[in-house]
Design a protein around this ligand. Structure first.
Ligand SMILES: Cc1cc2nc3c(=O)[nH]c(=O)nc-3n(C[C@H](O)[C@H](O)[C@H](O)COP(=O)(O)OP(=O)(O)OC[C@H]3O[C@@H](n4cnc5c(N)ncnc54)[C@H](O)[C@@H]3O)c2cc1C
Length: 433
């Protein structure tokens, strides 16, 4: 039986980042993915803060691999109420490029990566793990499961009510004149992102970015849709089809994909007894907008730092929960609030000033929802006077966000204290309904 130090399951963004970071610490890594390596993980375009790439020792590639949108317009329903963020540094990054780059780095650092190899079973044998692959059994001292929502070590998938089903596609520009007229009607410029929010229930969006033809190419349309079907709303792929059917200037699909994203607070114990879950598999997502790339990269680097320094899976759990867990859990609180907001609610919040460009920008950069720039406070106070019922509805949400963040900062030192800690956190979510 082949023996390895660390087995990484799943080589999407999180798993490839984990294989890379662990191998760079000199740890022996065997990574496998059920899909061929060039089909692993996200196969679409994702919004990733520019700072995330730099923090994780990744280059910022030129367009079309990373596209800088000059403005982000958040629209209440189909409009016209909207707010605009111009000073954001969110890049639209090609995920196949990112996954390939992380896998290449991992191999260069010494990791062995295999595609088209599914993990069929996982069992504990003394201090080690026995991993059943197709036709082969591996004995691993440690396992890092980055298998996303179908991760083999997951006992159960998250409740459907808290799964966002999203779709993203890059499509041809069938009629540039038609696209120009649409941009004009919307009052937005070439390359800017327009995000229609609340168009299919709470926590739903239809995002469009039109790139008109220029010297570099014939132009393109980038579409992102998402919603929570578990709340009775049409899923992201349906919203995308409808949009394309209604706008004949949007042409054929060039690339893209669709999948569910967990909008849950992060798993209380992502690592113990030599087994760690990272990324979507552990609910490590900035749930306020269903973004898991930065969270997965953070977790991968954190794990390698702890294991490289001689710590174990539990040490990782404590370190990760205290450093990153609070921000993500607090964004899960926000996601629940947002799931209850209609397009009309968004209109009122924007008109009153309870939603402001600076808050949206911080959200795009995945800041803690509790870290409010003091400069927006006078506007928020004024907003509370203009729309007191909305301010009252928001008050328990703000309190819950603060509470979960403080709980994570005080994550217990001992595993025996986790059940009580978890109950305290669950109670905050239960109170939200
Ligand atoms: C349309 C869409 C748009 C999105 N937009 C954004 C965005 O703008 N910004 C952002 O940050 N995030 C976004 N997300 C979320 C983001 O894509 C995910 O959070 C991220 O891809 C999760 O990465 P992961 O590596 O943890 O899991 P995955 O990408 O799910 O990778 C898991 C891998 O594990 C493999 N695997 C599973 N089971 C096994 C097994 N038994 N054996 C071997 N291999 C296995 C799978 O083949 C897969 O390759 C979006 C998601 C969707 C669907």
């Amino acid at each position: 039986m082949k023996q390895v130090d660390t087995m990484v399951i799943g080589l999407g963004t999180t798993g490839a980042a984990a294989a890379r970071a662990l191998a760079r610490q000199g740890i022996g890594v065997l990574g496998v993915d059920a899909a061929p390596l060039d089909r692993a993980g996200a196969r679409w375009r994702n919004g990733v803060p520019e700072a995330t790439l730099r923090t994780h020792d990744l280059p910022v590639p030129d367009a079309p691999l990373a596209i800088r949108s000059t403005a982000f317009h958040l629209v209440a329903g189909w409009g016209p109420q909207r707010l605009t963020v111009r000073d954001h540094a969110l890049l639209d990054v090609d995920m196949p490029w990112l996954v390939a780059r992380l896998q290449d780095d991992a191999r260069e650092a010494g990791a062995e990566l295999r595609g088209g190899v599914r993990v069929r079973g996982l069992a504990r044998d003394g201090d080690a793990h026995v991993v059943e692959l197709d036709g082969e059994t591996i004995r691993a001292r440690r396992v890092v499961d980055c298998g996303g929502l179908v991760a083999p070590s997951l006992a159960q998938r998250p409740d459907r009510s808290w799964l966002c089903v999203a779709a993203q596609q890059d499509r041809e520009l069938a009629d540039p004149e038609g696209a120009r007229r649409w941009l004009e009607a919307q009052g937005v410029a070439d390359g800017e992102t327009v995000s229609f929010a609340g168009v299919a229930g709470g926590f739903s969006i239809v995002n469009l970015a039109v790139h008109l033809p220029d010297d570099h190419g014939p132009g393109e349309v980038h579409v992102l849709t998402g919603s929570i079907p578990g709340l009775g709303n049409p899923a992201g792929p349906v919203l995308l089809e409808r949009l394309v059917a209604e706008h004949p200037w949007i042409g054929e699909r060039r690339s893209g994909g669709s999948r569910a994203i967990p909008l849950i607070p992060p798993e209380p114990v992502p690592g113990r007894d030599g087994l760690v879950r990272l990324g979507d598999a552990a609910g490590q997502v900035y749930a306020a907008h269903g973004s898991g790339i930065a969270a997965g990269l953070d977790a991968a680097d954190d794990l390698a730092r702890v294991w490289g320094g001689g710590g174990d899976a539990w040490d990782f759990t404590v370190s990760w929960q205290r450093e990153h867990g609070g921000r993500l859990a607090s964004s899960a609180v926000f996601a629940r609030y947002s799931a209850g907001l209609s397009a009309e609610d968004l209109r009122v919040l924007m008109r009153a000033g309870l939603m402001q460009p600076a808050l949206v920008r911080d959200g795009l950069h995945q800041a803690s929802p509790n870290e409010v720039d003091p400069r927006v406070l006078p506007g928020l106070l004024l907003g509370a006077l203009r729309a007191p019922a909305y301010a009252l509805r928001m008050a328990p949400v703000v309190a819950a966000m603060r509470k979960v963040e403080s709980l994570h900062a005080r994550f217990p030192d001992e595993p025996s204290a986790v059940p009580a800690w978890s109950s305290a956190r669950d109670a905050v979510f239960q109170r939200l309904g």
